[in-house]
Design a protein around this ligand. Sequence first.
Ligand SMILES: [Zn+2]
Ligand SMILES: [Zn+2]
Length: 309
Amino acid sequence: MTRAVGSDVILNSQVAQALAVIGDRWAFLVIRDVYQGVRQFEALRRLRGAARGTLASRLKTLVKNGILYKNPYRDSPVRYEYRLTDKGLDLYPVVLMIWSWETTWGQACAQPRALIHTGCGHSMHPRYRCRHCHVALSIRDVTYSVGRNPAPAQKVPPRFHRRSKRPAVAGGARQRSMQYLDIIGDRWTALVVAAAFFGLRRYDQILDGIGIATNILSDRLKLLVDAGVLKRSPYQDKPVRYEYHLSAKGRDIYASTVAMHEWANRWIIGKGEQPIKLRHKCGEAFESEVVCDACDKLLVPSEVRGSDA
Ligand SMILES: [Zn+2]
Ligand SMILES: [Zn+2]
């Protein structure tokens, strides 16, 4: 059943708040690169071919939002490298689930190619599951409720209104090889996907649900249908009207989204009232754990390394 969800609910959800703190696709790329050990300004800039100003402003925001900190690695003259704070390190489940999605759906563009769990020595895929019943997360097994005192809806910063025409990662036609960051690194695209997770299927429902301009909504729906994240099917003739449903590829974005939701609970919401509460089919409030699919052990950042072999 579709429930009426207003923009106050979606725009205040933990995911929308996390996206506001983490930033855009460049910020995500920086976080991922720092995870992989690239820490100095020039190295980060060379890796992505980023403009100096763009990179500098993203680094500044990530430091301001407590995700990175500047660590001096040389005295006279003093030079800094960027490291993840505890809050930044705790984005690890998000980074792992993005990797997992790109490995499955991103047409072999995932970086690194493989992940090794040094705990067991095997190449592995991270498995995101319920900490209570150990069943892998599926959107169909989760219900949500809205907290009693949702804060007033945040204004979406204007810089999110326009979608860059430039692919986030080099190579490939933009739409067919849509990368994860093309979805989640553009806030409106991410919110349209979030609306689908809340069960909004029709144009007008989505329009009301996230308070988006009609031309932007049409653009993002087309992008997501072309990329195979949403499927369009008619629900009415004369005039023909369509509903938008998540495909398997779209449903698979859910794990990384819930990982962001949980991160926001730990670092943004704190002890306050959660705007959205998730419940798993086992009856418990949904809380995740991420395990190695080869040995079933919990994954910790220090025991996972990338391999391009
Ligand atoms: Zn469960
Ligand atoms: Zn393992």
